[in-house]
Design a protein around this ligand. Sequence first.
Ligand code: PBG
Length: 327
Amino acid sequence: MELSSRPRRLRSNPNLRKMVRETRMDKSSLVYPMFVVEGRNIKEEIPSMYGQYRYSVDRMEEKLTELMDAGVTNVMLFGIPAHKDEAGSGAYAQDGIVQQGFRKAKEVCPQMYLIGDVCMCEYTSHGHCGVLRGQDVDNDQTLKLLAKTALSQVQAGADMVAPSDMMDGRVGAIRRMLDENHYENIPIMAYSVKFASSFYGPFRDAADSAPAFGDRKTYQMDYHNRREAIKEAMLDVAEGADILMVKPAMAYGDLIREVKDQTNLPMASYSVSGEYAMVKTTAAAGFIDEKRIMCEMAVSAYRAGTDIYITYFAKELAKCMEEGKIG
Ligand code: PBG
């Protein structure tokens, strides 16, 4: 048979397959999200996320060392305070839980790059991502608190801040606050394209941050929208974001690609708690191969344009990259 092109020819040998591979990745691009909780000597499993734990500050070192040993050099910290209030004051307290976490992480693992998730929902009694006026989040009042939160995290040792609240103007407000305090070299990774998604369910268990009423649809994006994703990304670029993020990752590859092609900033994507929980539970039931699914999901995110991949599987992926299973 005369065929002008035989795509199978380039798949005929494993070395050749690797040579022609289009998506290359490296464990230096992985970020591990980690939960820090108040109390002592705590390492408690998150029920909806098998294999993921909340750590008290005094137990952080073992996890950070384990990550470092695996070649994961970047973590994003989330704080879970013992007390929540209307104004989410724990988010910007100098000795708040996440601030303590940053100080400890810097002390015990100075080579680790530390990113702060900047939001109010883990700290507010009502679980919304800002302060309320009536039944809705007051955008402009919240901006002041977010800027304070970012500053307090940086003062405690965060190397980068990542606002995830979805208020309008937060990147600019945080940039101004950091600059005024001579932190002009601290980058902002903006959760620019963040959808009102059911994929965050297990995280809200982990952080006890589900909204007490209503939902997040007045601030997080409607997942029917693609052009609006570009609008959000462009606004964050204009306000001074250094890195853009699309979240969740798995069901949003189209937008990772779209934002990547239309901007010139590094692209992050966040493979969120629901993605993790789906893989873990389905694998535990014996229906899928956990490791292979995890690899395939990661490669698809990178193939879509991800430069920085935030994932609860960071350590396991680093191992697969090391072994040459992917990358
Ligand atoms: C805080 C925040 C959330 C996540 C990251 N930052 C929860 C939310 O927006 O409800 C979700 C992460 C995950 O699901 O893994 N706003």
